[in-house]
Design a protein around this ligand. Structure first.
Ligand SMILES: [Mg+2]
Length: 246
């Protein structure tokens, strides 16, 4: 029972290049709250080592002395304001799926595989992103495990354990697709083989335990430079998955 039966996708950086929009919305939320915090791209690259928006804000405050210490309720309010800005921008069409994402999901579903999401982002962000992809995009996924449903965020395996439980499948039958070291560790700790699609904010991280590392999944308009044929197809994934299980 280790044939490939499901693909489990990370969201930020994997389904879409969302990190830059997240960064801009954090800064807009800080400004709206009268805070003079501004997260630059290099700083945000470091801050992405902390998964979860509220956790990231708390880490920033603790790490950079001289900031006013904020009570947890204020951090939650800041994060809620940021999420509202983000979902609005998303609904306006600010983000497109990464190359090959829609193709591979369609290919998997047509072949009878399940598709799922395992992410540390919160549920409103997922709903906003999927609604921007297509009106029925929520229905493409048989399970959605989000960061606000588990005790420990990535790199802990909790969110993958939850996705597997929702799917009713063993880890050996599933393959994770991630863009970060934290995501890779989370998937591996839950016993899943993991494909990495590199992204600007995670490039240069150590992806040694990954099944494969590629620029993106590729489609006819944006061929993947790392794959003969330019596309990570379902047969290719099945082949990689089978070899990894031997
Ligand atoms: Mg990611």
């Amino acid at each position: 029972m280790d044939d490939l039966q499901a693909l489990i996708f990370d969201v930020d950086g994997t389904l879409a290049e969302t990190e830059e929009l997240h960064r801009l919305c954090f800064n807009a939320a800080f400004a709206a709250a009268g805070l003079d915090w501004s997260w630059s791209q290099p700083l945000y690259r470091d801050l992405l080592g902390v998964t979860g928006g509220k956790e990231r804000i708390a880490y920033f405050i603790a790490q950079f002395g001289g900031r006013p210490a904020l009570p947890a309720a204020d951090i939650a309010a800041l994060h809620a304001a940021k999420t509202a800005l983000y979902t609005t921008r998303m609904a306006e069409g600010a983000i497109a799926p990464r190359p090959g994402i829609l193709r591979l999901i369609a290919e998997a579903r047509a072949a009878g595989l399940a598709c799922a999401i395992a992410t540390t982002t919160s549920r409103p962000n997922i709903d906003a992103l999927l609604a921007a992809f297509a009106p029925d995009a929520l229905s493409w996924f048989d399970a959605i495990a989000a960061g606000d449903q588990v005790a420990a965020k990535k790199p802990a395996p909790d969110v993958y354990h939850l996705a597997l439980k929702q799917l009713g499948l063993p880890a050996a039958s599933c393959l994770a697709i991630e863009d970060s070291r934290n995501g890779l560790e989370s998937a591996r700790a839950a016993g899943l083989a993991c494909l990495i699609t590199r992204s600007p904010y995670t490039d240069g991280q150590n992806f040694a335990p990954a099944l494969h590392v590629v620029e993106h999944l590729g489609d006819p308009d944006h061929p993947c430079p790392d794959i003969a044929g330019g596309m990570v197809t379902l047969p290719l994934l099945r082949d990689w998955h089978r070899r990894a299980r031997r």
